[in-house]
Design a protein around this ligand. Structure first.
Ligand code: IMP
Length: 193
C-alpha cells in the first residue's frame, strides 16, 4: 500500500520507514510530488499543524492515503516553548544546531524542574475516502547540561528521556524507536492499515 508522507524532514521519514519496515507499506515523500508547496504552519497546536499539512497534501493527492506529522519539544522552564515553533525557534531559517544552542542558553544552569521537558507528536492520517484519523505520542524527559551524541536529528542531542542518563542522540535510533513520541504515535497509526 502506498502512503504519502507530508514531510521533507529526512530524520522523520527514516523513523517512519524503520518503524514500519516489513508491513508492506511504500512511503513517498514530498520531494516526489511535482510543484508542491508546503503550507504555512500557522496552527497553535501540533494537531492544527498536522491537519493543515495533511489536508494540503490531500488536496493534490485526493485518491491516496496521506499522513502528516507535527512534533516538537516543550520545556517547562520555557513555558512549553519551543513547542509548535520547534523547527524555527532560533529564526525562520535556523539550523538544528542554532535551535539547540538557543534552548541550551536559556535553560542552562537552572533547576531540574525547569529543565524538565517532553517531546510531543501528533499524526493526522486521511484515507482515500477522506476519513481522518488522529494519533499522538509523548515522551517525558529533561534537557541535558551539555549537548552529546550524533544519532537522530533536531533536539536529540540535548534531550534525556526519563529513566536514562544519556541523550537520545547518544542512546541511538534503535533505543529512540522503542520509546519516542513519534514511535508511540506511529504504532497507533499502523493499527489502521
Ligand atoms: P515540524 O516539522 O514542524 O513538525 O518540526 C518539528 C521540529 O521539532 C523538528 O524540526 C525538530 O526541531 C523538533 N523535533 C520533533 N521531533 C523530534 C525528535 O524526535 N528529535 C529531535 N527533535 C525533534
Amino acid at each position: 500500500m502506498d502512503i504519502w508522507l507530508a514531510t521533507s524532514n529526512s530524520g522523520k521519514v527514516n523513523e517512519f520507514k524503520s518503524l514500519l519496515h516489513g508491513k508492506g507499506l511504500v512511503f513517498h515523500q514530498l520531494s516526489e510530488v511535482k510543484n508542491y508547496h508546503s503550507p504555512a504552519e500557522t496552527g497553535e497546536t501540533f494537531l492544527d499543524n498536522a491537519r493543515i499539512k495533511a489536508k494540503s497534501l490531500k488536496s493534490v493527492m485526493p485518491d491516496q492515503w496521506v499522513v502528516a506529522e507535527d512534533s516538537g519539544l516543550q520545556v517547562k522552564g520555557l513555558k512549553d516553548l519551543p513547542g509548535v515553533h520547534s523547527a524555527r525557534y532560533a529564526g525562520d531559517k535556523a539550523t538544528d544546531h542554532e535551535n539547540v544552542a538557543k534552548v541550551m542558553k536559556m535553560v542552562n544552569l537552572r533547576t531540574p524542574t525547569e529543565r524538565s521537558a517532553k517531546f510531543v507528536c501528533c499524526i493526522v492520517a486521511i484515507s482515500p475516502t477522506g476519513e481522518e484519523f488522529v494519533f499522538d505520542g509523548v515522551v517525558e524527559g529533561s534537557i541535558s547540561k551539555k549537548v552529546a551524541g550524533t544519532a537522530g536529528f533536531g533536539y536529540d542531542v540535548c534531550f534525556i528521556p526519563e529513566g536514562e542518563e544519556k541523550t537520545f542522540a547518544e542512546l541511538g535510533i534503535p533505543f529512540k524507536n522503542k520509546v519516542s513520541h513519534r514511535a508511540q504515535a506511529i504504532r497507533k497509526l499502523v493499527e489502521i492499515f
